[in-house]
Ligand binder design. Sequence first.
Ligand SMILES: Nc1ncnc2c1ncn2[C@@H]1O[C@H](COP(=O)(O)OP(=O)(O)OP(=O)(O)O)[C@@H](O)[C@H]1O
Ligand SMILES: [Mg+2]
Length: 262
Amino acid sequence: MRRRLKVVIPDIRRREKILQIRSLRKVFRTGASDLTVLEGIDFSVQKGELICILGRSGCGKSTLLKILAGFIPPTAGRVILGEEPVVRPGPERCVVFQEDALFPWLTVEENIAFGMCQHRWARKEIGEEVDRFLSLVGLSEFRHYLPREISGGMKQRVALARVLILQPRVLLMDEPFAALDAQTREEMQQLMLSLWEKLSHTILFVTHDVTEAVTLADRILLMGKDPGRVREDIRVDLPRPRKRDTEAFLFFCRRLFEGLRS
Ligand SMILES: Nc1ncnc2c1ncn2[C@@H]1O[C@H](COP(=O)(O)OP(=O)(O)OP(=O)(O)O)[C@@H](O)[C@H]1O
Ligand SMILES: [Mg+2]
């Protein structure tokens, strides 16, 4: 009798593919000429992955994120979320930008509740969820403050809480901590990692900061420029919490710095 071969499939293959990006191309028509910003972008995202998109200024990172969010259409190619093509913005894909986009006339808790109110959740449920997310981002004591009365880091915590509360299938983040000072930025990275471990959401995080990418990512998509392409897809298999002064951490940083330079 023939013996059956036992195939061991790595864990990652068994996870659900949540987002597929196929042959994406984006051309902006500017006056008389065309500017090809993205070309041949192809990758998939597994459920629960934390992917950093790393690249130099102008390589098309924000354009890619805007297409994934459904804010702008690609010139060619497809984005598929689960089984459905992405053709417009939707609550299952939330975006956090660098500059906070809080409503200045609403308090911290009202800003966090805003999206839920739009989706007609029950009042009691909204109250409970807002309490939970205020506590998760450490802002319970500041719930009645207005955006102008809190710091930049606190504003980004509100921005994070108000999208996470909607339980998006994919969270898109465009350099969300770039405007913060170094220490606050590190605190925000740790907060984001702890929320990701608790809530297991899927994140695409745009940055041009190598250390930030190695601190956060399961996978780093290194983008090249003119036109923007994914040049390398690097798995970062370092255990967490990651120490920045270890040889393994610095190895990834060196490799990425070289990639950005070439
Ligand atoms: N609406 C638009 N019309 C014309 N050109 C655009 C438009 N949006 C972006 N671009 C161009 O596309 C290129 C990529 O821009 P994008 O904002 O995606 O880069 P980025 O990688 O996010 O840069 P940064 O790191 O500075 O944020 C740039 O040359 C930019 O000028
Ligand atoms: Mg950008």
